[in-house]
Design a protein around this ligand. Structure first.
Ligand code: GLN
Length: 458
C-alpha cells in the first residue's frame, strides 16, 4: 500500500499545507487504490478520475498561493444520492437512468468550495431504502471485512470506501440509520447530525422529515473536520437551521469528566445478542473510568419506534417518489397502447426495484382515505411521544450511549427474503431519527468472529 494512503485526513491536510505532499500525488494514490480494489468491492457506481486530477491541480495551485481551504486537496467520495452538476446521479435506481443534474447539492458544493477532490459517486440501497446495500440496481457492495458480508446500508458504498482506504472521507445520508449502521458494520466513524444542521437541497429525497446528510471517516477528528464544512444554514431548505454551525474539530477536548451519560433500559431488547450486550457494558465501563457519570434512564416509547418509522418513512417516500413519472427525466418506457396512464405505469414498473415498490405501496396505503387516521396520524402522534421521551431524558443527562446495531455485518443474502428481519436492523437508530437528534457511531470492538461493532452516542 502506498504510504500516502496511511495518512488520516487530518494528517493529509497538514502535510498538504506544509507542501510535504502534493494534492496530485495524493489523488493519484487514491485513484490507484480504487482501480485495484473497487472491482472487488463495488463501492463506487461512477468514478471521476479526470475530475479528481483537475481538482487536485487546482488545490496545489491554491496551496502554493497560500489560499488553502479547509479541505484543500483532500480526496473524498460522494454517496450517489447527492446531485452533482453534470455527473450522473442514480440513487442506485434504474429509474434515474441518464440523469445528469443541472445543479450541485448544497453539501457537495460546500466540499468543493473548501478545496476537496472528487473521486466518484458511491453505491447505496436504491433510493436509500435498506440496511444492506443489496437493493442497489448496480449490484451489492462487499464489506472490506469479508467477501461474503454486506457493508450495511443504505450508505454501504461510502462506508466500504472509507474502510478500505479508497478515500479519506465520504458523504452519507441517514434517514433511519443509513450512516450509523454501515459505519458500525465497516468499523469506521459515521455521524448523523441534528435534523436541519445540513441542507437537504440537492439530495434525492426519501423521507423529507427524516433525511439528513452526514460524514463517514476513519476517526472522530476526521469526521469533525468534514462535518464542520458541510454544516450551516441554507435558505433553499426551509428546514435548515439558522443557528450558526460550531467548529466540531475545536470542540474535541477529549474530556468527558463530569458528563452525565444515560443508559436507556428499553434498549436492552429481548434476545439481545450477548456480544452486543458485552460491548455496551464495555463502553459504559470506559466512560466511567474516564470520569463520566453513568445514569439509568427510561425512554418508554422506544418499542413503538420501528413501527412508527416504517409508517412515516414510506408515507413520505410514496409522496416524494411520485415525481418519477417518465416524463421529465430518467427512464421512459413507451407503452404499446400509446396511453399516458400506461406510460406512467410501465415506466414505474420497470424503473423501481422490489423494495422501493414495497415502500411506495405501504406509504400509499397508510396515507389513503380510511387508513390515514389509523396509521399515518397515529404514527405522527407516537413520533411526538418518542421525541418527548428524549426531551425528558436530556433533562437528566448530556448524552446517551447505546449499541449502534443489533449485530455485526451479516452475510449477503441473509434477511433479503424477509423485509421485517431487515427492518429490525434499525431498532437502535430510528428513535433518534424520529426525534431529529444527532448521533454518532464509533468503532468500539470486534465480535467473536473478528468483525467490527459500533457504539452509538446520541
Ligand atoms: N434502513 C432504514 C430504511 O431502510 C434506514 C435507511 C436510511 O437511513 N436511509 O429505511
Amino acid at each position: 500500500m502506498s504510504e500516502l494512503l496511511k495518512f488520516s485526513l487530518a494528517q493529509a491536510r497538514n502535510a498538504l499545507r506544509a507542501k510535504a505532499i502534493s494534492a496530485k500525488e495524493l489523488a493519484q494514490a487514491y485513484i490507484g487504490a480504487i482501480e485495484r480494489l473497487n472491482p472487488k468491492l463495488n463501492a463506487f457506481i461512477t468514478l471521476t478520475p479526470e475530475r479528481a486530477l483537475a481538482d487536485a491541480e487546482k488545490a496545489d495551485a491554491r496551496i502554493a498561493e497560500g489560499k488553502a481551504g479547509a479541505l484543500e486537496g483532500v480526496p473524498l467520495a460522494i454517496k450517489d444520492l447527492f446531485c452533482t452538476h453534470g455527473i450522473q446521479t442514480t440513487a442506485a435506481s434504474k429509474i434515474l437512468a441518464g440523469f445528469k443534474p443541472p445543479y450541485e447539492s448544497f453539501v457537495t458544493n460546500r466540499l468543493w468550495q473548501a478545496g476537496a477532490v472528487m473521486l466518484g459517486k458511491t453505491n447505496l440501497d436504491e433510493f436509500a431504502m435498506g440496511s444492506s446495500n443489496t437493493t442497489s440496481a448496480f449490484g451489492n457492495v462487499i464489506n472490506p471485512w469479508g467477501s461474503n458480508l454486506v457493508p450495511g446500508g443504505s450508505s454501504g458504498g461510502s462506508a466500504a470506501a472509507v474502510a478500505a482506504r479508497l478515500c479519506l472521507a465520504a458523504t452519507g445520508t441517514d434517514t433511519g440509520g443509513s450512516i450509523r449502521q454501515p459505519a458500525s458494520f465497516c468499523g469506521i466513524v459515521g455521524i448523523k447530525p441534528t435534523y436541519g444542521r445540513c441542507s437537504r437541497w440537492g439530495i434525492v429525497a426519501f423521507a423529507s422529515s427524516l433525511d439528513q446528510a452526514g460524514m463517514f471517516a476513519r476517526d472522530v477528528r476526521d469526521a469533525a473536520i468534514t462535518q464542520t464544512v458541510i454544516s450551516g444554514h441554507d435558505s433553499k431548505d426551509s428546514t435548515s437551521s439558522p443557528r450558526p454551525a460550531p467548529d466540531f474539530e475545536k470542540a474535541l477536548t477529549g474530556n468527558v469528566k463530569g458528563l452525565r451519560i444515560g443508559i436507556p433500559e428499553e434498549y436492552r431488547v429481548d434476545g439481545m445478542d450477548g456480544e452486543i450486550a458485552a460491548l455496551w457494558d464495555k463502553g459504559i465501563a470506559w466512560l466511567k473510568s474516564a470520569g463520566a457519570e453513568v445514569v439509568d434512564i427510561t425512554l418508554p416509547h422506544t418499542k413503538y419506534a420501528l413501527a412508527t418509522y416504517y409508517i412515516i418513512a414510506p408515507a413520505e417516500a410514496s409522496s416524494n417518489l411520485a415525481r418519477y413519472d417518465g416524463i421529465r427525466y430518467g427512464l421512459r418506457v413507451t407503452p404499446q397502447s400509446g396511453a399516458l396512464q400506461d406510460l406512467y405505469c410501465e415506466t414505474r414498473a420497470a424503473g423501481f426495484g422490489r423494495e422501493v415498490k414495497r415502500r411506495i405501496m405501504i406509504g400509499t396505503y397508510v396515507l389513503s382515505a380510511g387508513y390515514y387516521d389509523a396509521y399515518y396520524k397515529k404514527a405522527q402522534r407516537v413520533r411526538y411521544l418518542i421525541a418527548q421521551d428524549f426531551r425528558n431524558a436530556f433533562e437528566k443527562v448530556d448524552a446517551i450511549l447505546t449499541p449502534t446495531a443489533p449485530s455485526a455485518a451479516f452475510a449477503i443474502g441473509e434477511n433479503t427474503s424477509d423485509p421485517i428481519a431487515m427492518y429490525l436492523n434499525d431498532v437502535f437508530t430510528v428513535p433518534t431519527s424520529l426525534a431529529g437528534l444527532p448521533a454518532i457511531s464509533i468503532p468500539a470492538g470486534l465480535s467473536g468472529k473478528g468483525l467490527p461493532l459500533g457504539l452509538q452516542i446520541i
